[in-house]
Ligand binder design. Structure first.
Ligand code: MTE
Ligand code: HPA
Ligand code: MOS
Length: 752
């Protein structure tokens, strides 16, 4: 994955928050968090803390100058617990001292007592008790009752899906530096600089113009820093404001694992009705989302589950209900796919079970029901430029699907203690923030007098290569070398009111904004060039490879001298531009609209092998045809697909979050929480770029890439299931993800 940061990453010279040179007198923060999941605080005493040498401040809820509130969609989240706690890891107090060690040692001296209440960690139990984050939301289209009545086969079932730890390499962290007049600059590892600015202003009780957020890059975010970078950044600002000193907070890995939210676990009920020949006539599902203790982004995530409930299929009668359940766990949050993966997993489960009942392979049902051009998606959007069948057919052809099936069949006939399975996974993922107002971005482009260019946008680089893509857009638009273009930090004083870099739309939104800004400058330059050449048509001016042409002929002017000339002739060499995605809206009074600019399609073929004696599974191959539109950078896009596939496989086959009944995270280290390593990556991965796919909504006809390929991982789950069934047809009684090696072994022997 070759992007602008690669050389620094390889040499170890890229800077992350903890690498920034700390200013003189910087204070280090330790967070004192709740050790119980639910209860009232009856005593909180920190007299002993203040006498520890080096301690500069202890801050609790009552010291907050502004509002003790950082909730984003719903105002239900305090920055420091006030009187009661709702999860283990909830921040109660912060201690600032001269060193990390002193701050931590001092925080340990805080005395606290609770009136403990029973914790609820299961979403269905929370639902029964009436503990909801928001009222349930239902999407429907057609008439499911009629659809089920007309079906030849109707089956229903329950499925449970685990959460997932983000495990960004750089843990949560921030540093705040005070300036004059109470102004504070926050360096944050956040996907949402404006969210940090807004929350800090609110908690400090100052206008937003007193807070500047600056983001260089993130050592990974994956959604985990869309909302949840905010509290730590606000804490640094709070200490800075109350002490007048710079302040820094970097969570240790264990603190990060314990205190931050994860992908939402779901429990779901589904019902599917089909004709005898496999046409899906009706689908109904209810999702119990384990939201954790506060809303965070849960309602938006749950809504995206509803949007993706039917994955890549056309179903005429659909009804889905999402219920966000409040439990005593850290608030769960955005994670690559944003609820889409859970919705699609339930759909694929229903198809898998229906196939069993009909006695046909699941892929026949999948293929038969793929979306076609102009099919209506059940939330009202017409599917346009649909690539579902093309991706499926090209994958089957390119990767010799029939031969694969034959080889696996032969292998299974010859082997009793090793079994193989194949599964196909088509995807359809909607691109745009489903909160339509977020689909906006700005860019600020400066051409300096030597012809070099600085670009600021709202996009945050977190390893996904968005900077490299925007740099390509700028260098292609000006037709100058990439080296001339520098991507600046994401800073709220240069580009304000930023949407988070999320929903896979960072490159789309900010790339388009950068394109507009470049064109503004280019138009001025062309006008100036025509004037200097004493010609009359600026449209005939062209810049190609840093040379200026008029009417197709070289003028002898080159970019550098031309820009310098333009400066002396007082031509404006800077532009700020704004982009808003056209045509997106969603009407929540009827739950219909056109929420997405477009959809991304693809199909993966996954082959898995199971060791029957040990339960050990290997993903043998993942073969993908993916719709990238016209890729801006194939290496970056390929890196995104490969990373997403491995992360998706990890979610469903390896990564198991375990809490005890008291809400304590037991899988709280990397020895108890297994993520994919290079040995568990697919032995072989082939990605074919779908040719001739146009996308008028993406910069230079490209398509968003960040999240969609994550969902190919769902195919790994069903490939393993198919392999298990070759040994024991009853191995799949229960559908519960992740399908860890232990669970595979227990299921093969029907031991649970
Ligand atoms: N890739 C890397 N290397 N690191 C990340 O943190 N985040 C993913 C995806 N790919 C992520 C990543 C998520 S959750 C999203 S929404 C997109 O990148 C965001 O970036 P984009 O909008 O620029 O695609
Ligand atoms: N994706 C990611 N983040 C979001 C979204 C979305 O659709 N809506 C609001 N925040
Ligand atoms: Mo991605 S979950 O939208 O940050």
């Amino acid at each position: 994955m070759k992007n602008a940061d690669v050389i620094n990453h390889v040499k170890g010279t890229s800077l992350f928050i903890d690498d920034f040179p700390a200013p003189e007198g910087v204070l280090h923060i330790a967070v004192f968090d709740s050790k119980i999941a639910c209860g009232k605080i009856t005593k909180l005493n920190y007299d002993k803390v203040l006498s520890v040498p080096g301690v500069a401040a202890v801050i609790t809820a009552k010291d907050i100058p502004g509002e003790n509130q950082i909730g984003n969609i719903v105002s239900d989240e305090t920055i420091l617990a006030d009187g009661e706690v709702e999860y283990i890891g909830e921040p109660i107090a912060i201690v600032a001292a001269d060193t990390v060690e002193n701050a931590k040692a001092a925080a340990n001296l805080i005395e606290i007592e609770f009136d403990e209440l029973p914790a609820v960690t299961d979403p269905r139990e929370a639902y029964e008790k009436g503990n909801l984050i928001a009222p349930p939301q239902t999407f429907s289209d057609g008439d499911v009752e009629k659809g089920f009545a007309e079906s030849d086969v109707v089956i229903d079932g329950r499925v449970d899906i685990g959460g997932q730890e983000h495990l960004y390499l750089e843990t949560q962290g921030a540093m705040a530096v005070p300036s004059e007049d109470g102004k504070i600059k926050i360096y944050s590892s956040t996907q949402s600089p404006t969210a940090v600015q807004r929350a800090a202003a609110k908690v400090l009780g100052v206008p937003m113009h007193k807070i500047e957020t600056d983001v260089l890059r993130l050592g990974g975010g994956f959604g985990g820093k869309e909302d949840q970078a905010t509290p730590w950044a606000v804490m640094t600002a709070l200490v800075s404001r109350l002490t007048g000193k710079p302040a820094k907070l970097i969570l240790s890995r264990q603190d990060d694992l314990r205190m931050t939210g994860k992908r939402h676990p779901y429990s779901a009920d589904y019902k599917i009705g089909l004709s005898r020949d496999g046409e899906i006539l009706a689908y109904e599902a209810t999702y119990y989302q384990n939201a954790g203790a506060c809303a965070d982004l849960s309602t938006a995530i749950l809504e995206r589950t509803l949007f993706h409930a039917t994955n890549s299929y056309f179903i005429p009668n659909v009804k889905t209900t999402g219920i966000s359940c409040k439990t005593n766990l850290p608030p769960n949050t955005a994670f690559r796919g944003f609820g889409g993966p859970q919705g699609m997993f339930v759909m694929e489960t229903a198809i898998y079970k229906a196939a069993e009942k009909l006695g046909v392979p699941a892929y026949e049902i999948q293929k038969k029901n793929l979306l076609k051009e102009n099919d209506s998606l059940y939330y009202g959007q017409k599917a346009e430029r649909v690539q579902a069948e093309r991706c499926w057919n090209e994958a089957a052809e390119e990767f010799n699907l029939q031969e694969k099936f034959a080889a696996v069949k032969e292998f299974n006939e010859k082997n009793n203690l090793r079994k193989k399975g194949v599964a196909l996974m088509p995807i359809c993922f909607g691109i745009s923030f489903t909160s339509s107002f977020l689909n906006q971005a700005s860019a600020l482009v400066h051409v300096y007098t030597d012809g070099s260019v600085g670009v600021s946008t709202a996009a945050v680089e977190m390893g996904q290569g968005v900077n490299e893509k925007i740099r390509s857009v700028v260098s292609q638009t000006f037709s100058i070398s990439q080296e001339k273009v520098k991507m600046e930090t994401t800073n709220t004083t240069r580009v304000a009111n930023t949407s988070p870099t999320a929903a896979s739309s960072g490159a789309d939104l900010n790339g388009n904004a950068a394109l507009l800004a470049c064109n503004n400058i280019l138009n001025r330059l062309k006008k100036f060039a025509a004037e200097s050449l004493k010609e009359d048509d600026p449209a005939k001016v062209e810049i190609k490879n840093e040379k200026i042409f008029y009417d197709g002929k070289e003028t002898g002017m080159n970019w550098e001298s031309f820009i310098n000339d333009a400066y002396f002739n007082r031509i404006n060499l800077a532009s700020h531009a704004f982009y808003a995605t056209p045509e997106v809206y969603f009407d929540r009074t009827i739950n219909k609209g056109r929420p997405f600019a477009y959809h991304v399609y693809g199909t993966a073929i996954i082959t898995a092998e199971v060791d029957i004696l040990r339960g050990v599974c290997e993903i043998e191959s993942v073969d993908v045809v993916h719709d990238f539109g016209k890729s801006i950078n194939r290496q970056v896009d390929l890196g995104q697909v490969e990373g997403a596939v491995v992360q998706g496989i990890g979610w469903l086959t390896m990564e198991e979050l375990v809490q005890n009944d008291e809400g304590k995270l037991l899988s709280n280290s990397l020895s108890t929480y297994k993520i994919p390593d290079i040995f568990s990556a697919p032995k072989e991965m082939n990605v074919k770029f779908l040719e001739d796919s146009e996308n008028p909504f993406g910069p230079l006809n490209s398509k968003a890439i960040g999240e969609p390929p994550f969902m190919y991982g769902i195919g790994a789950y069903f490939a393993i299931m198919n392999a298990m069934k070759e040994y024991n047809p009853n191995a799949d009684k229960e559908i519960r993800a992740p399908l860890t090696h232990e669970r595979v072994l227990m299921s093969l022997k029907n031991l649970k």
